[in-house]
Design a protein around this ligand. Structure first.
Ligand SMILES: Cc1cc2nc3c(=O)[nH]c(=O)nc-3n(C[C@H](O)[C@H](O)[C@H](O)COP(=O)(O)OP(=O)(O)OC[C@H]3O[C@@H](n4cnc5c(N)ncnc54)[C@H](O)[C@@H]3O)c2cc1C
Length: 622
């Protein structure tokens, strides 16, 4: 069946696998996507939503580079919100509520219409490795398939174990079997593996809920979208709702604590700290007598509803009884109970910046297998692994994004430099240059790079160049054009800013706190300029950020450039740290294990002190 050798075999068709396959194929590699169930391509295992704080920026970055997650999210969105709009632009984070079934369907359509992608449904049970190189995979039916590289994106499936109360079932996700064989082989080869856990809430029948008792959570009045391409913004949206737990609900849940795998020691591994289960919240925040629940529709045409905030692995009867005491849920019917899952992961310090493993050449890991959590984190790693697998086979330079270029750069650098012992999710606080890494400028930052490596299309590049030149022109207009006191004072008065007596450049008035683009558009010369040059929402947003935050952006850029000097001091490969006796013991051990490639990366390793860096600098200087 498989007489040809593929360039890239991608194992798993979750968020990481789909992006990896699409990227490598679109760049010209012959790709085989092997997955356990072709029915679950692009399946959202947990909440039917994409983006959110810092994650929305990642989706924009994937899109800017030429990945598909933004397009798929737009096509399957049922609600759009720009989170944190009241804060500075570095914090603005797009989020969509999605139709779970349509999301998966769109992924399958996108992959089926990508030339160079073949599909095969089977469980990969091992890798073919020759002379330290990954050369293909073996399936559970005994088929061998050859390839020049392999990308593993097994998600939560490696020796997955599902917990509901005192019941345990082998499985990678509810209703799907676990993947066996790969961990065992990799450990034999010398890889280190660990266990993590995650959990999901019950899904319920929306017809059994009383929404009149809940608070409506509508989408944005003017919904935006993720993709910089020509996808459409939503015209209609579905509402979400909000309810909350109570002391009674907590008491009912506590009745099941003795059967909770979380508390009776059956679950040993660490879960996502920032996505705790409801029992964990009750336990850890015992002073709180209520927790918010977000009631999220699963799609346009389904009555199924996702109860965000009620993730649990308590016995199903306990989940059900407690949920019936939540306001609006008095007559709730269950579709599926919540559960927790434990799975194997591989500490990511075993990877290079390209996501290729240090131990086996041409073998890449991406997604939850690297200890991350979240669709966006997974998708972005898949994209980078797919790109790099293709580039390496074609003897081209590695594609690495720096920490001041993309959240994706921060994510991968954190993973491979610091490792992670609990599921890693992205936050804006993890990025030291978040003023540079905004959702509004991901295309300006990354589309030229995506185009250069042969992934982003020319059409994307042209759109980005047009946006750049139009916003430059608009910024220049504000710098060059004066505004009369009569024109600007009503605006200044409305935002309680001191009035002006003489005409001044618009840039200066616009820079004042609380003066927004909406205000400036009230001035005829500004709105005429917008109409004359046909400036769209993206250009207006970009211009506003450039005018109002130019000082902060310049300062951060300057800091990033200064630190770049350390990024340029390379450390030779396989450097022998044991010869540097003046390094601390911890630094020597960690440097030897992680093998940082630059002084800057070495300085980010936890436990490394400034004096260790000085020792390295002195030695390398010598
Ligand atoms: C119960 C549960 C709760 C979760 N809760 C959260 C949460 O609260 N917050 C959050 O951010 N994220 C959560 N997640 C995680 C989120 O689903 C993942 O981060 C994301 O889906 C990871 O994407 P991935 O591509 O790495 O893997 P997955 O989406 O898991 O996809 C893995 C793919 O690999 C395939 N596969 C696996 N092994 C093999 C094999 N040997 N051969 C062939 N195919 C194989 C599978 O069939 C699947 O298609 C949860 C996941 C689960 C299962």
């Amino acid at each position: 069946m498989f007489d040809k050798e593929y360039d890239v075999i991608v194992v798993g068709a979750g968020h990481a696998g789909c992006e990896a396959a699409a990227a490598a194929a679109n760049m010209g590699s012959k790709v085989l996507l092997v997955t356990m169930n072709l029915q679950t391509i692009g399946q959202m295992s947990c909440n039917p939503a994409m983006g959110g704080i810092a994650k929305g920026q990642i989706v924009r970055e994937i899109d800017a580079l030429g990945g598909y997650s933004g397009i798929i999210s737009d096509k399957s969105a049922i609600q759009f919100k720009m989170l944190n709009k009241s804060k500075g632009p570095a914090m603005w984070s797009p989020r969509t509520q999605n139709d779970r079934m349509r999301f998966a369907e769109e992924w399958r359509l996108a992959l089926e219409s990508t030339p160079n992608v073949d599909f095969y449904q089977e469980m990969v049970s091992g890798l073919i490795i020759e002379s330290g190189k990954a050369c293909g995979v073996k399936t559970s039916l005994g088929i061998s398939i050859k390839s020049k590289s392999v990308v593993l994106t097994n998600g939560t499936f490696l020796n997955g174990l599902i917990h509901i109360g005192d019941k345990q079932l082998g499985g990678g996700r509810a209703g799907e079997k676990a993947s066996t064989g790969i961990t065992e082989q990799l450990v034999q080869l010398g890889f280190e593996s660990g266990r993590m856990k995650t959990g999901t809430p019950p899904r319920v029948d929306g017809r059994s809920l009383d929404y009149t008792k809940m608070i409506v959570q509508p989408g944005d009045l003017i919904p935006e979208k993720f993709s910089y391409s020509n996808t459409k913004s939503l015209v209609n949206q579905r509402d979400c709702h909000m309810s909350h737990t109570s002391e009674l609900v907590h008491d009912l849940l506590r009745e099941g604590f003795d059967r909770s795998p979380m508390f009776n020691g059956r679950i040993k591994s660490l879960g996502p700290r920032y996505c705790p289960s409801i029992e964990d919240k009750i336990n850890r925040f015992s002073d709180k007598n209520s927790h918010q629940l977000f009631v999220e529709p699963e799609g346009w045409d389904t009555v199924e509803v996702y109860v965000n905030g009620f993730s649990t692995s308590l016995p199903e009867d306990v989940q059900f009884k407690a949920l019936r005491s939540v306001v609006g849920f008095e007559n709730v019917k269950f579709f599926r109970p919540g559960y927790a899952i434990e799975y194997d992961y591989f500490p990511p310090i075993q990877l290079k910046h390209t996501l290729e493993t240090k131990l086996v050449n041409n073998l890449y890991f991406a997604g939850q297998i690297n200890g991350t959590t979240g669709y966006e984190e997974a998708a972005s790693q898949g994209l980078m692994a797919g790109i790099n697998a293709h580039l390496k086979q074609n003897e081209k330079e590695d594609f690495i994004l720096k920490r001041d270029e993309a959240y994706i750069g921060v994510l991968i650098d954190d993973l491979i430099t610091k490792g992670t012992e609990e599921p890693y999710r992205m936050f804006t606080s993890r990025a030291e240059y978040r003023t540079l890494l905004r959702q509004d400028n991901a295309d300006l930052r990354l589309t030229p790079k995506g185009f250069q490596i042969g992934l982003a299309t020319e059409d994307r590049l042209k759109r980005m160049e047009e946006k750049q030149s139009k916003s430059d022109l608009f910024v220049k207009f504000f710098k060059d054009t004066s505004v009369l006191p009569d024109q600007i004072n009503p605006i200044l008065e409305s935002v309680n800013s001191s009035l002006v007596k003489q005409s001044d450049k618009m840039f200066k008035s616009f820079s004042r706190p609380n003066v927004t683009m909406k205000h400036m558009l009230q001035i005829d010369t500004v709105s005429d300029f917008v109409a004359e040059h046909n400036l769209d929402r993206e250009v207006l947003e970009q211009t506003e950020v450039q005018v109002k935050y130019s000082g902060y952006i310049a300062k951060e850029k300057n800091n990033a450039d200064k630190l770049q000097r350390l990024e340029n001091v390379k450390i030779p490969a396989n450097f022998d740290y044991t010869q540097l006796k003046s390094l601390s013991y911890e630094a020597r051990e960690k440097f030897s294990k992680i093998q940082p490639v630059t002084i800057s990366q070495a300085s980010r390793i936890s436990g490394v002190s400034p004096s260790d860096i000085s020792v390295l600098l002195v030695f390398l200087g010598r």
